[in-house]
Design a protein around this ligand. Structure first.
Ligand code: MG
Ligand code: MG
Ligand code: MG
Length: 306
């Protein structure tokens, strides 16, 4: 039976590239697998796949009576809604352990590294399977994306080592320059509807029974948001009300100056202010050094909501 390999809802480059890489590995070791996606590709991921000549996984959101491998997440909020009716064969992830449980033993590869693709690189080595040039290219790209070209506090020595080796296989000479080009594509927000920007990299978190949505837009130049910041603020308030969320936070991350502007819509903004030790001015605050939602934004919020 063919297993589906899928990343989280609103897929990012890691979720898509990890699904493709793991499906390739599984097929190579005689376990039929096909990569799928739960949502639309973002422009960065489309750029990566185009660069290395790979087709996007097909869209699939229902998995009743199917077998699945989950990559880049292990929590139900990020999984398909009917996951209960599927068999989870395995999880490959680099986030905090989520709330997915299974009724049968499963394969688990969970490590505190910067990117799921770094773990999949280790899996290729474990099984002694050669990584094809195009798969190496997308794996390298995903690691550069998730680690913000090694600047994120989530980045480890293993991630850096993996990028160097994958770049060599993929025939990419200057991987840092490649990373900057990739983030320039990410920074191109002109003409994109505000809601699409808010949801481009958006995750809901259950924080002690309250839903907190956190979006992130990474850019090489924060000034691209100058003319749309007020619209973004208005839209996250609409999104908050629509989804019965306690709060919605949007991080506008400046990867060059290494920090994030936090935009907040909340029932109780004081929660957010206390979590980060800042005072919001017109729903905004600058968070110096904050690049990682996973490591620098979710934990202080969870602590405050606990
Ligand atoms: Mg991800
Ligand atoms: Mg990831
Ligand atoms: Mg990310």
């Amino acid at each position: 039976m063919t297993a589906y390999v899928l990343g989280h809802k609103i897929p990012d480059s890691d979720s898509i590239c990890a699904a493709l890489a793991l499906a390739h590995l599984k097929n190579a070791i005689g376990e039929p697998a096909v990569a799928v996606r739960q949502g639309e590709l973002n422009p960065e991921t489309a750029y990566i796949l185009d660069k290395f000549g790979l087709e996007a996984p097909v869209l699939k959101t229902q998995f009743a009576d199917e077998s699945v491998y989950l990559v880049d997440h292990s929590d139900r909020a990020q999984s398909p809604d009917d996951l209960d009716k599927a068999t989870v064969l395995g999880i490959v992830d680099h986030h905090k352990l989520g709330d997915i449980t299974t009724s049968a033993p499963l394969e688990c590869w969970i490590r505190p590294v910067g990117c799921t693709n770094t773990i999949i690189k280790e899996m290729f080595e474990y099984y002694g399977v050669e990584i094809p040039r195009n798969i190496a290219g997308i794996m390298m790209s995903a690691i550069l994306s998730d680690t913000v070209i090694f600047k994120s506090p989530t980045c480890t020595e293993l991630d850096i080592k993996a990028v160097k080796q994958l770049a060599e296989i993929a025939g990419v000479g200057d991987y840092e320059q490649f990373g900057i080009e990739m983030f320039k594509v990410k920074s191109d927000v002109q003409g994109t509807p505000v809601r699409e920007l808010v949801l481009r990299d958006f995750k809901d978190f259950d924080m002690s029974g309250r839903t907190v949505g956190i979006g992130q837009l990474e850019t090489v130049d924060l000034s691209v948001f100058d003319t749309i910041k007020e619209k973004l603020l208005a839209d996250i308030e609409t999104l908050r009300v629509e989804g019965n969320r306690h709060s919605v936070c949007l991080l506008l991350t400046d990867i060059m100056n290494e920090g994030s502007e936090l935009l907040v819509a909340s029932d109780a903004p004081a929660f957010i202010e206390e979590a980060f030790g800042v005072t919001l001015k017109d729903g905004k605050a600058w968070l110096p050094g904050v690049l990682s939602r996973k490591k620098q934004v979710v934990p202080p919020l969870e602590k405050r909501f606990a």
